[in-house]
Design a protein around this ligand. Structure first.
Ligand SMILES: [Fe+2]
Length: 344
């Protein structure tokens, strides 16, 4: 049986391991985990591996092999007459991603084409779910919400959506960002949630809990912390998806959820984005407690996030956080759950 010291050594060895730029052409990476021999509930996977945008989690505790496709930051900007009264608030972001360069071919493309292609790939891969992890929209446009709903229905793939900081943001409306979020979720984004709670979502697939939490204001509420704690306490293997990556040592302030540096003094974009500045006092105690809870969870498989528009991997206290490049350039993560030990 493994001693506590051995377990701590393993954690120390991979604690703060941090890799960037694991996108196209930079190869693959894997970390072996020494799984404790005695456990009641699920504990950490034996290992994970990343090859470009393909992520594999291995564990003898997984019941069935399956995969999901995760994407974020499509930045759809389609609008119509209904958006005209709000053009002063959508003007900048409506032009931000009109044409993009595909992350693999480098050819000119656009967010709608990239989104449709990703759904086609997800269907071909026979994935069990599509996870839409924020900034699917550049601003809360009714036309864009209708368009994405139509495309999702055509594929028939189950999906789970959580908002990013742009989905509900009309720039220049002088209200707290938490108010903007609730207003424009209710006014525009509601169909995306399929009648579930917009702040937190969950799917259980083959015994694995897949959770989304809306941290698009960078903060976590008490209700969300309670929900996460309840789910983790079930002991089931759990995957967490959030739009804004959690603080990782050495990363930019964009890894801003639970980041001790996050405050008014580090907010460089509030004027550009015409929103209220982050608070002087930084994060709430609840957000910091959430951060601690996440990285002390024994049954958390990993965290998937967006927001940064660049693929990266950090391993914090043995828990991997993988950030996807933007779906606006065609990027996504194909995430496989594989019972057993890795082969090869
Ligand atoms: Fe984004």
């Amino acid at each position: 049986m493994k001693t506590k010291d051995q377990d701590m050594n393993r954690r120390n060895m991979i604690n703060r391991l941090s890799l960037g730029g694991i996108g196209l052409g930079v190869g693959s990476f894997s970390v072996p985990f020494n799984q404790p021999k005695e456990f009641n509930a699920f504990t950490r996977p034996v290992s994970f591996a990343i090859d470009q945008n393909k992520v594999r989690f291995f564990s003898p505790s997984f019941k069935n092999q399956f995969s999901i496709v995760m994407m974020a930051d499509t930045h759809l900007f389609r609008d119509d007459k209904r958006g005209e009264p709000y053009s002063q608030y959508s003007n900048r972001m409506s032009k931000a991603y009109n044409t993009t360069k595909h992350f693999q071919t480098n050819k000119r493309t656009n967010p709608e084409t990239c989104f449709i292609n990703t759904l086609h790939i997800a269907a071909q891969l026979k994935t069990e779910m599509v996870a839409l992890v924020g900034d699917m929209f550049s601003f809360p446009s009714e036309a864009a919400v209708e368009w994405i709903q139509h495309e999702l229905k055509k594929t028939g793939l189950p999906y789970l959506y959580t908002a990013g900081n742009h989905d509900w943001h009309y720039e220049g409306i002088n209200e707290p960002i938490s108010t903007l979020r609730s207003t424009w979720i209710n006014n525009r984004l509601l169909p995306m949630y399929q009648q579930e709670n917009p702040m937190m979502g969950i799917r259980e697939i083959h015994g694995i809990n897949i959770i989304t939490l809306d941290n698009s204001t960078y903060e976590i509420s008490e209700e969300q912390l309670e929900f996460f704690t309840q789910q983790i306490n079930t002991g089931k293997p759990t995957l967490l998806m959030v739009h804004i990556p959690l603080f990782a040592p050495g990363r930019s302030i964009g890894f801003g959820c639970g980041n001790p540096q996050w405050s008014a003094s580090t907010d460089q974009n509030y004027e550009l984005e015409r929103r209220q500045q982050w608070p002087e006092k930084g994060h709430s105690a609840t957000t910091m407690n959430f951060y601690k809870k996440v990285f002390s969870s024994d049954n958390l498989i990993g965290i998937l996030a967006g927001h940064i528009h660049k693929q990266s991997l950090d391993v914090i206290n043995g828990i991997p956080q993988i950030v996807t490049d933007a779906n606006a350039v065609g990027a996504f993560l194909h995430v496989e759950f594989i019972p057993g030990e890795p082969i090869g």
